[in-house]
Design a protein around this ligand. Structure first.
Ligand code: HEC
Ligand code: HEC
Length: 350
């Protein structure tokens, strides 16, 4: 009799304990779903630039095409290496004639889910963005005319543009080159199926206990005010230093961010929030590329954006959570680029 009572007593406790625990777990998931959505498995539709296999194949060639640069040395992949999570692993990129760019190279992975492009959001779409680096004097340093002239001299490209833009009279244009690159980025440079995506889809075992603590802290501290949605960022503009300006190395005072575009002092040090997807793979951090340690970046964020000082454990938990944002990296087979005739223009011309 006594034993049975004990057994029931134990059973009741066990049930209460298990219920409480699962409700808690569900609360975390439910709250996370209010802030974040899983990365779609498929490329989002692009009504103004429909994705076709021909366009993606061309865009992939152009992404790896060094002859889109004046020196024939730099391609998009030089600074957004798809073998290293879409970044160049440098504080600032090296471009034409070894010039140092002004900002850290952000990842191209999942850029299609950003609402605007560049640290200051100055391009709205990938199509618009892709036109920038080719003519940027410290990046690829070409001109639109020379880029088109170069591609037009290579018969295989003339055919490829015809196939990718079949309804157009004059398919080989600078705009279409950018469209093809954007189609490739949208179709191939996505990283679905991160542990956090699996979690959001309902697999509550996809995150470790520490990652769950990190997610809890991330939401409770309010990192979500700026890092939410599909990309945990990429969709808002905020001052780097809402509470405290970071030191000058992390936030060089000569780069005013959005203010340099708008001329409005209220926009000083305002930047577009970067995505946190794959952030564990994309050091160094911030537009300055000044911080190599992810924990350090998290600590700086808490202090500058939220006025909070995190404990070492909280930092470790949040870093563990950020590691759960590493998705399935794209497996890109290198395209074979067509050789042009000996008579075509040469490197450093134009
Ligand atoms: C010399 C290095 C370099 C080259 C070459 C280069 N980029 Fe970039 N890219 C950068 C840097 C640096 C930025 C950030 C600049 C800024 O925000 O002011 C950037 C920004 C971007 C972004 C915006 C991502 C975001 O989160 O805002 C995309 C997309 C991108 N580049 C794609 C490309 C493509 C496509 C090409 C080839 C046509 C290319 N890049 C060539 C260095 C480079
Ligand atoms: C008020 C908006 C805001 C809040 C709150 C915020 N962030 Fe940020 N976060 C930003 C902006 C803007 C940047 C880009 C700063 C820059 O480099 O100019 C950024 C950058 C980052 C980066 C560097 C990403 C990279 O690729 O370089 C990390 C990591 C990060 N945030 C994590 C966090 C964490 C963790 C929290 C909460 C403790 C947080 N953020 C809170 C706006 C915010």
């Amino acid at each position: 009799m006594k034993l049975t009572r004990l057994f029931f007593f134990f059973l009741t406790y066990l049930t209460v304990f298990l219920t409480a625990f699962s409700v808690q777990a569900d609360d975390l998931l439910r709250e996370a779903r209010d802030y974040f959505s899983p990365l779609p498995e498929k490329a989002p539709a692009r009504p103004d630039n429909p994705i076709t296999p021909e366009k993606v194949a061309l865009g992939k060639m152009l992404y790896f095409e060094p002859r889109l640069s004046k020196s024939w040395v730099f391609s998009c992949n030089s600074c957004h290496n798809v073998a290293t999570a879409g970044v160049d692993m440098r504080p600032k990129s090296i471009g034409h004639r070894w010039q140092l760019g002004g900002r850290n190279s952000p990842t191209v992975l999942n850029a299609v889910f950003n609402e605007s492009q560049f640290w200051d959001g100055r391009a709205e779409t990938l199509e618009e963005q892709a036109k920038g680096p080719i003519t940027n004097p410290v990046e690829m340093a070409h001109s639109e005319e020379m880029a088109v002239k170069t591609l037009s001299a290579i018969p295989a490209y003339v055919e490829r543009f015809k196939a990718a833009f079949p309804d157009e009279q004059n398919p080989l244009t600078y705009t279409n080159a950018a469209k093809a690159i954007a189609a490739f980025e949208a179709a191939e440079l996505r990283t679905p199926d991160a542990p956090f995506d699996q979690y959001l889809k309902g697999d509550t075992n996809a995150l470790t206990a520490q990652q769950k603590r990190g997610l809890r802290a991330f939401m409770d501290y309010g990192c979500t005010a700026c890092h939410s949605g599909v990309n945990l960022g990429g969709n808002g503009f905020f001052r780097f230093g809402v509470f405290n300006l970071p030191d000058e190395q992390v936030l060089p005072r000569n780069d005013k961010g959005l203010q340099d575009l708008t001329g409005d002092e209220a926009d000083a040090y305002v930047f577009r929030t970067p995505t946190l997807r794959n952030v564990a793979l994309t050091a160094p951090y911030f537009h300055s590329g000044a911080v190599w340690d992810l924990g350090e970046a998290v600590r700086i964020m808490a202090e500058s954006q939220l006025g909070e000082t995190l404990t070492n454990n909280e930092v470790a938990d949040i870093v563990a959570f950020l590691e759960s944002l590493t998705g399935k990296q794209p497996e890109i087979a290198l395209p074979v680029l067509p050789i042009g005739p000996a008579t075509m223009n040469k490197p450093d011309e134009g």
